[in-house]
Ligand binder design. Sequence first.
Ligand SMILES: [Fe+2]
Length: 199
Amino acid sequence: MLTSGNHIWDKKDALSFIKKEEKLVRPANYPEGTPGQGSAIIRTAGGVKVAVLNLEGRVFMNNLDCPFRVADREIERLNVETPIIFVDFHAEATSEKAALGFYLDGRVSAVVGTHTHVQTSDERILPGGTAYMTDAGMCGAFDSVIGVRKEEAIERFLTQLPTKFEVAKKNIRLNAVVIEVNETSGKAISIERISVSCG
Ligand SMILES: [Fe+2]
């Protein structure tokens, strides 16, 4: 299962590709009629159903439907199938991510943020049993400005002109988070932050 965010539409092929690819989800709070799906259910190797819900924040981002209310609607629908729901909240503002974590606490297994490319160290299990982490970070070059070659990023800040961004390739790290969940209740048991060097 692959979640996404605000850059899912950067290549126009995505509009047709996403209709065919069931393992790719886009944020659920885009307007009705947007191609693709905002959530999906997969089965683990052991046959357990896991729902994955993708949402996008609105603070300093696109003017989308309310992610909080869309989450309410989606959780009700997904709970018919499984108590295990993983939420990827693709958002810029820490406040919006923390608020959604508490808003969904006890109703989903995990709320993990993405988008900033910088891993946070605030992983925890909230009082209601939802695993939470503001941002999972990125898998990419740390000798970079959030994955982009630093020279071009600095140039753009200095000149305010559009510069072509190249993907940086030095000091690659893998950022991730591992969450253990009770498969009957859907509550989180543990959350572990991972950051390893890949050369
Ligand atoms: Fe993003």
